[in-house]
Structures are given as C-alpha cells and as structure tokens.
Write a protein that binds this ligand. Structure first.
Ligand code: GLN
Length: 304
C-alpha cells in the first residue's frame, strides 16, 4: 500500500493495512504481556498484577475493566506513560504505589510520594486497636507520614478526636492533602513525638508506626523500600528501637492510658518490656498475617 500524499510510510513493509493506533503504541493486551514478562525477568514478586495496575492507570480504567478490552489500541500518550512506568518499576525499582502516587489503606485511597512511607497492610493492625477505644476518646497518631492511621481511624470512628504529629514538614504536606481529599477533621501538628501539643482530652491513646528498622539492615531491604521510602521514616538506630524508647515514656507522661506501637520481627518482647518500664501495667502483642509480633499494646491501670 502506498502512502497518501503528505503521509510518511511507517513500520515494516509487511505491516497489514491501516492502523487503528499510532505506530508502536500497541494494544492493552500487548502492553500487559510485555510488562509482565519484563517484570518477571527482573524478579519482581507480582509481575502480572503490577503490569495490570500500571496499564490500567495509563488508560484511566480500573483493573477489572482491562479484561474487557485487551484489543483496545493505546494512544501514543498512554503508551509513553506505560513505558515510563515500566522503567520506573523494572529499572528504578519504585513500587507501583510510588509510581501511581496512590495507595489504598483501609477504606481510603491515599496520595503517597517520596516524602512519606508507603502505608503497609500490617499497619492496619494499629487502626484495629484504635477501633476498640471507648466513644469520644482522644487519639494521637505519632509519626503520621501520609496520615494513614489518623485518617482511617477518623473515617471509621467519627466519634474519636484524632490528632496526628510528624517531625517532617514534608510528610505533613502529604498528610494534609490527604485530609483535604477526605474532608477530614484530623488536627495535624509538626512535632517531635508529642512535644508541645496542646492539652489533650481523656481517655487518651497514642498510636504509632515509628521508624523501627535497625540501621544495619539497610543493605538487606528490598530496593522498593531502601531506594524510595524516606529513611527518616524507616531507621531507628542500632537496634531499631531508638524512637520507641523515647515514645513510650513520652506517651505515659502525657497521660496516655493506652499506647500501641508497630515494630518489626524480633522486637516485640523488648518493646513490651519498655512499655512496662514506662508505666503501662499490662502489655499485649498482636501478630500480623505472617505470624510476626507486629504491634505491642500497653495499658495503664485506668480505663483506656
Ligand atoms: N515495615 C516497614 C518495612 O519493612 C518498616 C516500617 C517502619 O520502620 N515503620 O520496610
């Protein structure tokens, strides 16, 4: 077939007939197959899922609808976005959440970027502790990052009075955007732990997913974490518990009757002991789905 005047021939000579889409853009199905194969070759954990999420994002559909239109042609713009994210995932090793700038947590979609830790599923355990609080209790989410714990808790328990702190002004920008998106009343404070907060209501609970990764573990973290989550939100000193060690007494000094902190593998017993030493009479360890002691709950004598 010869090109019409003004048109340039494109693609290999054997290419059949007119195209429904620009050269090289391909279809939805082709893109998914290409990305999944490349991600599998890179050794990623969930190559097909990641491929589907990135392609769905580029065409502005949800993942379920991809299966209805595998032959749908991609526009050049969509193909370019996919190619960008393909490299982001395979080469830069950014997580899908970082590439798309959004992560689901409980019932909320939250904006995330390099200024905050991407919320993890296990952190939902802290929200579950918060759901058990008595009506009208006050809660402080210390080191809120994207705002995940505070916003999810307020969303599910509008009777609670929820505050959130972070030492990082950058993180608070992200958290406040998320609060705006969800019409939240969470009160944010730029603060180290609970320093300088105004008087807080009672009963008071302090929930926190602090940095708890031992500094020496950097080399063994997945590239998605080490290269993309802020190190301020990850690392907690030689044994990972530097922040926990300061937080537990600070929570008790503010009159918290309940404290719940997330920690990592092998840290639960030491954390429970720190909680008791700080004046929380009883402690409880809750496991995550992998069976790792993930959250330590401390209760002072009075009702929480
Ligand atoms: N669970 C996170 C990780 O494994 C660490 C989060 C944190 O330090 N709070 O990367």
């Amino acid at each position: 077939m010869s090109p019409a005047p003004g048109e340039t021939p494109a693609g290999p000579a054997a290419d059949p007939g007119p195209r429904a889409h620009p050269v090289g853009a391909g279809t939805v199905g082709e893109a998914i197959r290409r990305l999944a194969a490349r991600f599998a070759a890179t050794g990623l954990d969930s190559p097909r899922l990641d491929a589907e999420l990135l392609v769905a994002d580029a065409i502005g559909a949800d993942r379920a609808r991809l299966f209805l239109s595998p032959d749908r042609a991609l526009t050049a713009e969509q193909a370019a976005r996919i190619a960008d994210h393909e490299d982001g995932r395979a080469v830069r090793r950014a997580s899908v959440a970082h590439l798309l700038g959004v992560r689901g947590f409980r019932h909320l979609d939250l904006r995330v970027d390099g200024r905050v830790l991407v919320p993890r599923p296990e952190t939902e355990l802290l929200v579950e502790v918060g759901l058990e609080l008595p009506a009208g209790a006050t809660v402080v989410d210390v080191g809120t990052g994207s705002g995940a714990i505070a916003l999810a808790l307020e969303d599910e328990r509008p009777d609670l009075v929820v505050h959130a702190t972070d030492v990082s002004a950058d993180a608070l920008d992200v958290a406040r955007r998320n609060a705006e998106d969800h019409g939240s009343r969470v009160v944010f404070h730029e603060a180290d732990l609970l320093d300088g907060l105004p008087p807080l209501g009672r009963p008071l609970a302090v929930l926190s997913n602090p940095p708890y990764v031992p500094d020496g573990d950097l080399a063994s973290l997945p590239p998605e974490v080490a290269g993309h989550d802020p190190h301020l939100a990850l690392f907690g000193g030689p044994d990972g518990l530097d922040v926990v060690r300061r937080l537990l007494p600070a929570a008790r000094a503010r009159g918290a009757s309940l404290v719940a902190v997330e920690i990592g593998r092998g840290q639960a017993e030491a954390t429970a002991e720190l909680a008791r030493a700080a004046g929380f009479a009883t402690t409880e360890i809750r496991d995550d789905l992998a069976g790792i002691g993930r959250v330590v709950v401390g209760r002072a004598g009075e009702a929480a």
